[in-house]
Write a new protein. Structure first.
Length: 441
């Protein structure tokens, strides 16, 4: 809304022949945040910046490009900036990419001179050609609830609660893996626990020092049995395997060269570790067996087991003042997404918790199918979720475990979001640091 309003105001006030539609769309969809802080010294400012960055407490938007400066040309809007320009994206083998807008004649030299580390051309992989957009794995709890909707009647699933995704090794499904809290930084197989110091209003390491250096990136998981004292961390037990296929005509086995969608399409396959399986928690059992799950006649083998007693005890503990999310959380109304539960009172949305601080990362999109008859399935309103792993520190403790939280804290669209394990949280202990063994699956 902000960018659209600014764009329309400029067009209305300054009459020109505008050629900048793509640039405004990029600004709207791929904006960076920037942060501001002041202090008595460079070190003091650095520590304060780290605190507000971990809480995503940004004060403004840096429209596209470099995240460290506003001095680039991308931060300046002018009516002809889209003329004779082309958007160029380079995708790397590790899934990272970079993109910029340049004159239309410039990419020829780039493509001609580009080579990989072995000095060979590297432009023919599926990801480099069409990217990895549209991938959603593992399936959300809302998606998995479709198995129940297809197998049980509405009365049977009226009180359904399902949470995930998690994963486990097939031989030990009761000791499943959950996302590591963001207060735990992994570096070379060692977990560094951040603690919140109220008197200094900053996060410090277990030795009382400011965070410095680089830490391992990627998703990290810890076993549920070691939630309070983790002994190992694991990365995702799956990888994406994109494949390019020719787009065939509907009536004959012939490449559809006249299609406006192009003659190739990308199939994104996911390869699981042979000893790993996905885990979802539910209060209603589902009969063991094979179920159709997803499009193109995909099938899944489902097995239900009781939750271990130790895990039930952990889930039944009040979360207290210091807790972490192990599933994404969508808070707020049907139109607005917030960082915490909100209640509508006296024509205003008011926060339910008194948050002292919290650690989080970029929000994640959240949307699900509402069902419907025929080919057209209804989609929910798109929202943004606080990612799993986010850590909350409250001024006053919560004396209830997650399953006793009020339904009024959760958004409702068709169903209460609590049905899908929205914001499932576990309490954190003050001492959560020790040397761990790095395991890669």
């Amino acid at each position: 809304m902000l960018t659209r309003t600014c764009q329309q105001w400029i067009v209305d006030q300054i009459k020109q022949e505008y050629q900048w539609r793509q640039e405004w769309e990029l600004w709207t969809n791929h904006a960076w945040e920037f942060f501001w802080q002041q202090g008595n010294s460079i070190g003091d400012v650095s520590r304060k910046l780290n605190n507000i960055k971990r809480s995503r407490d940004w004060i403004g938007i840096n429209w596209q490009g470099e995240s460290f400066t506003l001095s680039g040309a991308d931060a300046i809007a002018w009516f002809g900036m889209g003329r004779d320009r082309i958007g160029l994206r380079i995708l790397f083998n590790d899934g990272n990419w970079m993109e910029w807008v340049c004159p239309w004649w410039f990419p020829e030299d780039v493509l001609e001179n580009y080579g990989d580390r072995n000095h060979g051309k590297n432009w023919t992989s599926p990801e480099n050609l069409v990217g990895r957009s549209g991938i959603s794995f593992p399936p959300s709890a809302a998606t998995v609830s479709g198995l129940y909707a297809a197998s049980l009647n509405e009365e049977a699933i009226a009180f359904l609660k399902i949470a995930g995704p998690f994963w486990a090794f097939s031989q030990q499904p009761e000791n499943f893996y959950v996302p590591i809290p963001f207060s735990c930084l992994v570096k070379r197989g060692e977990i560094h626990q951040l603690r919140w110091y109220s008197e200094r209003q900053e996060w410090l390491t277990e030795t009382g020092e400011s965070v410095s250096g680089k830490f391992d990136k990627g998703n990290h998981w810890i076993p549920i049995n070691s939630w309070h004292q983790p002994e190992k961390v694991n990365q995702d037990p799956w990888e994406f395997l994109p494949h390019l296929h020719p787009r065939m005509e509907l009536n004959q086995r012939k490449v559809d060269t006249d299609s406006t969608q192009g003659s190739l399409f990308l199939e994104n396959a996911v390869q699981m570790h042979p000893d790993a399986c996905l885990i979802y928690l539910s209060n209603i059992p589902l009969a063991d067996g094979w179920y159709r799950f997803g499009g193109e006649e995909h099938m899944v083998d489902v097995h239900c087991q009781k939750i271990a007693e130790s895990t039930q005890q952990l889930l039944n503990q009040p979360v207290g003042k210091h807790f972490a999310l192990i599933t994404p959380a969508v808070w707020g109304s049907n139109r607005l997404s917030y960082r915490e539960p909100m209640i509508y009172e006296n024509n205003n949305w008011k926060p339910t918790w008194q948050i002292e601080t919290f650690l989080t990362e970029r929000h994640t999109p959240f949307r699900y199918r509402l069902g419907g008859k025929g080919k057209n399935k209804r989609l929910s309103r798109g929202r943004y979720a606080v990612p799993s792993g986010s850590v909350y520190v409250l001024k006053e403790p919560l004396h209830q475990p997650w399953h006793e939280w009020s339904e009024s804290w959760f958004p409702t669209e068709g169903y209460s979001f609590k049905r899908w394990g929205c914001g499932l949280a576990l309490p954190l202990l003050a001492d959560f640091s020790r040397h761990v063994e790095q395991h890669e699956t």
